[in-house]
Design a protein around this ligand. Structure first.
Ligand code: 15L
Length: 260
């Protein structure tokens, strides 16, 4: 990897916990932060309990950091005021602090909810305009736009990873399109911190699922080659949920392809 001193936000979450384990052995210094307390730091790891919506903390979080793996923020069940405070205002203050501290790159956990109202009968690339399916998706689209601004205006690079459903294994028909394995998620982060130039790149975070309608060709410079696929669970999932329709129809009828 190109960077030695990493800040990981959202470090106590499901994905953050995976990332802590995998990042620590690869870097000189890892600062892991979350609003929830964490334990058992690696020898090169500093743990900080902090609220990303608290604007006073951003400066201390980014001090002496080369790159940020930003997986923090509120999830899609949060109310809009809270999403605004943490995922929009808190996000901007983190970027501004990062710029002032000379941070070189951010890996941002965007989400497929930023484009969740696209119809999956047509393949979409990473260059389509946002089409959010929720306030949470609007905030992710804001995040991608802010990342673009910080690249264009200040030269701070970002890879915005539109993460699908990153879970230990796929368990629903929807996951046959959206699933991202932990190993493939790690590959996305590792590649994003290793390639020499990313500018602001948007990439879909999904495993090699044959039902996908997301096209990552514009992000091929990241070198992401997913190794896993939800296809291996297809028969099991269809047997457990013998719906007569296709996954896309099922999702559309639920009021948005990423509605659960
Ligand atoms: C997301 O963006 C959420 O953070 C995650 O909790 C899942 O709900 C995922 O999308 C999904 O839609 O499966």
């Amino acid at each position: 990897m190109l960077y030695d001193r990493i800040l990981l936000t959202g470090a106590a979450g499901l994905l953050g916990t995976e990332l802590r384990k995998r990042l620590a052995p690869k870097v000189k210094f890892l600062r892991s932060t979350d609003i929830a307390a964490m334990s058992d730091p690696a020898p090169n790891e500093e743990l900080i309990t902090a609220d990303l919506g608290d604007l006073a903390v951003a400066e201390s979080l980014v001090k002496d950091i080369d790159a940020i793996v930003h997986f923090g923020g509120l999830s899609k069940d949060a109310d809009f005021a809270s999403i605004c405070r943490v995922n929009i205002v808190g996000f901007q203050s983190l970027y501004e602090a990062a710029r002032l501290a000379g941070v070189k790159r951010v890996v941002f956990s965007s989400s497929v909810h930023a484009i969740g109202f696209y119809d999956q009968m047509h393949v979409i690339g990473t260059d389509v305009p946002a089409r959010p399916d929720s306030n949470y998706g609007v905030a992710k689209a804001f995040g991608e736009n802010l990342a673009q601004l910080y690249w264009d205006k200040h030269g701070l690079e970002t890879v915005s990873v539109r993460i699908g459903s990153c879970e230990p294994k796929p368990s629903t028909r929807r996951h046959l399109l959206t699933w991202l394995s932990f190993d493939d998620m790690w590959q996305l982060v590792e590649r994003s911190l290793s390639v020499p130039r990313v500018g602001h790149t948007i990439i879909y975070g999904a495993s090699d699922n044959s039902a996908t309608f997301w096209d990552n060709r514009l992000a091929s410079h990241i070198g992401y080659r997913p190794k896993d696929s939800a296809d291996a669970w297809q028969s099991e999932i269809h047997a457990a949920d013998p719906h007569p329709g296709r996954e896309d129809i099922v999702n559309r009828l639920q009021g948005g392809i990423f509605a659960k």
